[in-house]
Design a protein around this ligand. Structure first.
Ligand SMILES: *Cc1c(COP(=O)(O)O)cnc(C)c1O
Length: 355
C-alpha cells in the first residue's frame, strides 16, 4: 500500500467543451508523482497541482531516452460512475517493460492504487458524452544528472490525465494503411514489446512517409526478413481470411496490447479460431486477390477497434470489404465499448470501479 499525500490545487481550471476535446489537448488539475532512489526504493507518493517539471539539463532521460509509459482510460457509465478497464494488465506490462529497460518496477497493486487515487481526485474531469473518456498516462523517467551511459540512481514515476473526445465523431471510417517495407520498428532481442519512447521516435519516419503517400498509418513487417506482418502504428492488427482470424504472435517484437488480448478472448468465446502464427504479407495480398481477405482491423486503447479499408503493399492495393466495417470488427467494437462504458454487462470481469 502506498501512502499518497494530497495537495489540492487552489486554482481549478475551467473544463473544456466535451464536443471538441480531440486527443491529448487538455490536462486535468492534478498529477501524481512517486520518486525512486537507488538504495531506498519508492518514496514520497503524492498528488499535487498539475505543473511543469524541473529537470537538470544533464538528466539522463534527455540524453539516453531512459523512460517508459503506459496508456489507459477511465470511462463514465450511464449511472454516472467511473470505471477502469483491466488496469492490472497495464501495470503488468509496465513491470515487464521496465525490466527490459533497467527502470525501477512499481508493484502491480501500487500502480493500480496510484491510478485509482488520481482518477478519484479528478473524477469531475471524466467526460460523459458518448465515446469520450479520461485518458490516463503513467510514465517513468531517469532524472539523475549524469552523462556517462549507465543505469540511473534516481527516477520519477508520474501519472497525468487528459479528457479525450470520441475517436469516431463522424462514425467509424475505415483507415488506409501502407505496408512499410523499408524501415524497421522492432527486431528480436530489442524493445518492440515495451512501451518505451524510443520505439515511437524511431517510427515517425514511416508515419511521415505514409502521410506523403496519402496513407494514415504504417503496417510494420518483421525486422529480419520484412516478410511477416507485425502491427500498425500504436495498434495491434487482425486479419480475417476465409473465416480464420490471424494476429501476430507477441514474441518480443510486438506490443502485447490489452485490447488485442481482450479481442482474442472474445473471439474465442464466440467460437472463432484465432491463429497467432506468423502471417506473410504476400499471403494477405494473395487472399485479397482471391476474394478471401474478409476483414482487417487494428486494436488499441485510443480507438478501441479501427477497421482498415485499404492496404497497400508495394504496387498492390488491397481493398477490404468495399471500404466498409466488417461484421466481426463491428461486433468486437460494440462489445468492447459496451463493457468499457458500462452500457453492456461485463461478463468478462474486466471493469474496475473507481470509488
Ligand atoms: C499501446 C500500443 C498498442 C495497443 O495496446 P493497448 O494496450 O491495446 O492500448 C499496440 N501497439 C503499440 C506499438 C502500442 O504502443
Amino acid at each position: 500500500m502506498l501512502d499518497i499525500k494530497f495537495t489540492p490545487t487552489t486554482n481549478k481550471k475551467p473544463k473544456p467543451d466535451q464536443h471538441n476535446l480531440g486527443f491529448g489537448n487538455y490536462y486535468t488539475d492534478h498529477m501524481l508523482i512517486i520518486d525512486h532512489t537507488e538504495g531506498i526504493g519508492w518514496h514520497d507518493a503524492r498528488i499535487v497541482p498539475y505543473q511543469p517539471i524541473q529537470l537538470d539539463p544533464a538528466a539522463m532521460v534527455l540524453h539516453y531516452a531512459m523512460e517508459s509509459f503506459e496508456g489507459m482510460k477511465a470511462y463514465r457509465t450511464p449511472e454516472g460512475k467511473v470505471q477502469l478497464f483491466r488496469p492490472d494488465c497495464n501495470a503488468e506490462r509496465m513491470w515487464n517493460t521496465n525490466a527490459r529497460m533497467c527502470l525501477p518496477q512499481l508493484p502491480v497493486e501500487d500502480f493500480v492504487q496510484a491510478v485509482k487515487a488520481l482518477v478519484k481526485v479528478e473524477e469531475d474531469w471524466v467526460p460523459s458524452l458518448p465515446g469520450t473518456s479520461l485518458y490516463i498516462r503513467p510514465f517513468i523517467f531517469a532524472d539523475e544528472p549524469h552523462l556517462g551511459v549507465r543505469t540511473s540512481k534516481t527516477h520519477q514515476f508520474m501519472i497525468i490525465c487528459s479528457p479525450v473526445g470520441a475517436y469516431y465523431s463522424t462514425g467509424i471510417n475505415p483507415v488506409k494503411i501502407f505496408v512499410e517495407d523499408e524501415y524497421t520498428r522492432a527486431c528480436p532481442g530489442g524493445t518492440g514489446f515495451t512501451k518505451c519512447g524510443g520505439n515511437y521516435a524511431a517510427s515517425l519516419i514511416s508515419q511521415v512517409k505514409g502521410h506523403e503517400l496519402g496513407y494514415e498509418q504504417s503496417l510494420w513487417l518483421d525486422g529480419v526478413e520484412h516478410k511477416y506482418v507485425e502491427e500498425v502504428g500504436s495498434m495491434n492488427c487482425f486479419f480475417k481470411i476465409d473465416g480464420t482470424i490471424y494476429t501476430a504472435p507477441c514474441v518480443g517484437t510486438v506490443l502485447p496490447g490489452v485490447t488485442r488480448r481482450s479481442c482474442i478472448a472474445l473471439l474465442e468465446k464466440w467460437g472463432y479460431t484465432v491463429s497467432e502464427e506468423r502471417l506473410p504479407i504476400v499471403d494477405i495480398v494473395k487472399a485479397s486477390k482471391e476474394g478471401k481477405l474478409e476483414e482487417v482491423f487494428g486494436t488499441g486503447t485510443a480507438a478501441v477497434i479501427s477497421p482498415v479499408g485499404e492496404l497497400r503493399y508495394e504496387d498492390d492495393v488491397c481493398k477490404i470489404n468495399d471500404g466498409k466495417i466488417g461484421d466481426v470488427t463491428q461486433r468486437l467494437y460494440d462489445t468492447l465499448t459496451g463493457i468499457q462504458w458500462g452500457t453492456k454487462p461485463d461478463d468478462m470481469g474486466w471493469t474496475v470501479p473507481v470509488e
